[in-house]
Design a protein around this ligand. Structure first.
Ligand SMILES: Cc1cc2nc3c(=O)[nH]c(=O)nc-3n(C[C@H](O)[C@H](O)[C@H](O)COP(=O)(O)OP(=O)(O)OC[C@H]3O[C@@H](n4cnc5c(N)ncnc54)[C@H](O)[C@@H]3O)c2cc1C
Length: 333
């Protein structure tokens, strides 16, 4: 006989574990199934922005500076141009993906989530799914199976998928064959800083994409994290966005109305998607990128304003002010 649960989460990566913890905290019984076994590693920048750390705390997961390396600022470098801005509030933390996964899985167990590893899902129906060859019956199915989500296909939610992909080797490029050592030649100062550093894992590759879906839920199935559309890794927002989606999904499950999640998801993705598209525009247009970086280097307050707009849910007024200031700098540069 198979398992029966209120919520079945397909995918035990960061988004799936966050969705499971949030739903369990609302009193649902929750089973997470994943085809891999922990701790699950993945090519990821591993930067947790201040808002991401706040969302983790809401889930009861506390990442301390000692778990990794804290960082207080962002720097963009293009040849001889370098622009730096400090975070407006708390620092971020860079933490090994395996450490984050271990902490999240431990918190899920502490909350009473049932975790089934080595259990790949091969089909999803309205009654639940087949995981590791066994049937799991569920009232709600959450697809948290990453950027190549099969749940998205099985549920027909992939129809409105549109976006742009890039390739990453723990560094991001449009070239799928790029190698980290070759890429480092473009950044001699960084290469110098890394000269005596001991490698902490093998080189890993991944796809990153900026894409959105027309819909992220249908009947009793909802998508969360990269399965539900994603922002390019350059934003450093993928994890934070996944965690905020997980919290919004739990609200909708509690209300018994996935349409609430649909609208929250659209609202949450708006700002990171805008930033992602702006950064990719700069990536693809070198003359514009240099002008913008020169403006930011000349006016660090402007860069701080942009960073604040990226990191915090800011007012339209601040966005308009920062936009106008950047436009003025570009015209007068
Ligand atoms: C190069 C790179 C750098 C990045 N840097 C950052 C950064 O610095 N900061 C940040 O916040 N974000 C960053 N991101 C984004 C971040 O890594 C993703 O947004 C995040 O991993 C999404 O988590 P997820 O749980 O949705 O998907 P995943 O982490 O991909 O997890 C999906 C899980 O589903 C499981 N699965 C898949 N199919 C099945 C199946 N059929 N049955 C059962 N299980 C299945 C997989 O085993 C996996 O465990 C980066 C991404 C890349 C590619």
């Amino acid at each position: 006989m198979g398992l029966t649960t209120d919520v079945l989460v397909v995918g035990g990566g960061p988004a799936g574990l966050a969705a499971a913890i949030a739903a369990r905290k609302r009193g649902f019984s929750v089973v997470v199934v994943d085809g891999a076994k922990p701790p699950i590693d993945k090519a990821c920048g591993e930067g947790l922005l201040p808002g991401t750390l706040a969302a983790l705390r809401e889930l009861g997961i506390y990442i301390q500076a000692g778990d990794g390396e804290s960082f207080q600022r962002i720097r963009f470098i293009d040849g001889s141009i370098s622009a730096t801005a400090n975070f407006p509030g708390d620092a971020g933390i860079g933490v090994r993906r395996t450490v984050l996964h271990q902490k999240m899985a431990a918190r899920a167990v502490e909350c009473g989530v049932e975790l089934l590893w080595n259990a790949p899902v091969t089909s999803v129906t309205q009654e639940g799914a087949i995981a590791g060859g066994k049937s799991v019956r569920a009232k709600w199915v959450v697809g948290a199976d990453g950027i190549h989500s099969r749940v998205r296909h099985w549920s027909g939610l992939h129809a409105g998928l549109n976006g742009e992909r890039r390739f990453a080797q723990r560094r991001i490029s449009r070239d799928s064959a790029m190698n980290v050592d070759e890429a480092l030649r473009e950044f001699p100062k960084l290469a110098d800083n890394l000269r005596d550093v001991k490698l902490s894992s093998v080189q890993r590759g991944a796809v990153t994409a900026t894409c959105r879906l027309d819909r992220v839920c249908r009947e009793n199935i909802a998508l969360v994290g990269d399965a539900s559309g994603s922002v390019d890794a350059i934003t450093g927002e993928g994890l934070g966005l996944s965690f905020r989606q997980a919290l919004a999904l739990a609200d909708a499950l509690e209300a018994g109305d996935l349409e609430k999640y649909q609208s929250a998801h659209r609202r949450l993705a708006r700002r990171p998607l805008l930033m992602s598209r702006l950064l990719l525009l700069l990536d693809g247009c070198a003359p514009l990128r240099r002008r913008v970086l020169q403006s930011l280097a000349k006016d660090p307050d402007l860069f701080t304003g942009l960073l604040t707009a990226h990191l915090q849910d800011t007012s339209l007024r601040l966005l308009a002010e920062v936009g106008a200031r950047l436009a003025w700098q570009l015209v007068t540069a």
